[in-house]
Design a protein around this ligand. Structure first.
Ligand SMILES: [Ca+2]
Ligand SMILES: [Ca+2]
Ligand SMILES: [Ca+2]
Length: 228
């Protein structure tokens, strides 16, 4: 009886939701929001570019880079104690992407977390037959998204991709995107775009919360003992 009651109480503890904590968001239209006492630095290749037409109403500016050698990196330091991280972002395959099997190919959109590549994606805007974007949601393909209207663009949303919800507890985090691949031409031929970056932490429960839960468990156990 006691064991069953304690297990029930433990199950109750397990379902108590951890309060998610936003530590960074940036839509490149407003100043970046930095929360939780963290410090954020955005650095690397590229710069702001306005989207066009109906996309401008929804996305405004994006960050665009056509450099194959230099990443664009968000460096977060002084993160509050946490057990997991969820990152959301919109990725744009800008201009004449040639997939992984077109010409010249492959062209890669690479994503790194703490300097480890966790995603490598591509799109066939101009040639090739493969569009790969992991667990992202397709926003639009072969559209005029950026100012270079000579080539069409494709856009995906990674905010629902489970790859970007992961265990993490270090006080620092780096998130980078970078173009790569032997077929990468860069310049006005191919560029990577990124927008709507959000970094959310799952905090470690505060000591007060643990004390409250322990007290609750003790009461439940006491009741079970009296009944037993
Ligand atoms: Ca934007
Ligand atoms: Ca374009
Ligand atoms: Ca190419």
């Amino acid at each position: 009886m006691l064991m069953r009651t304690v297990l029930a109480a433990a199950a109750l503890v397990a379902v108590l939701p951890a309060q998610a904590q936003l530590v960074y968001s940036n839509d490149f239209d407003n100043p970046a929001v930095v929360g939780g006492g963290a410090t954020a630095v955005w650095s690397g290749a590229g710069g702001l570019q306005a989207t066009i037409g109906t996309f401008n109403a929804a996305y405004g500016n994006i960050w665009r880079s056509d450099s194959a050698s230099q990443a664009v990196t968000l460096s977060l330091t002084n993160l509050p104690a946490h057990t997991a991280v969820t990152i959301g972002f919109t990725a744009a395959f800008l201009d004449s992407w040639d997939s992984s099997n077109g010409n010249p190919a492959p062209d890669w959109y690479e994503v790194y977390i703490d300097s480890v590549m966790v995603g490598q994606y591509t799109y066939n805007n101009a040639s090739g037959g493969i569009a790969s974007y992991g667990g992202a949601t397709l926003v639009a393909q072969y559209v005029q998204f950026d100012a270079n209207v000579f080539f069409t663009d494709s856009v995906v949303d990674f905010s629902t991709d489970p790859t970007y919800s992961f265990s993490h507890s270090a006080p620092t985090l780096t998130f980078s995107v970078k173009a790569g691949g032997a077929g990468w031409q860069g310049g006005l031929d191919e560029a990577i775009g990124i927008d709507n970056i959000r970094v959310v932490l799952t905090p470690v429960p505060e000591p007060g919360t643990w004390a409250l839960l322990a007290a609750g468990l003790a009461i439940v156990a006491g009741v079970a003992r009296r009944r037993g």
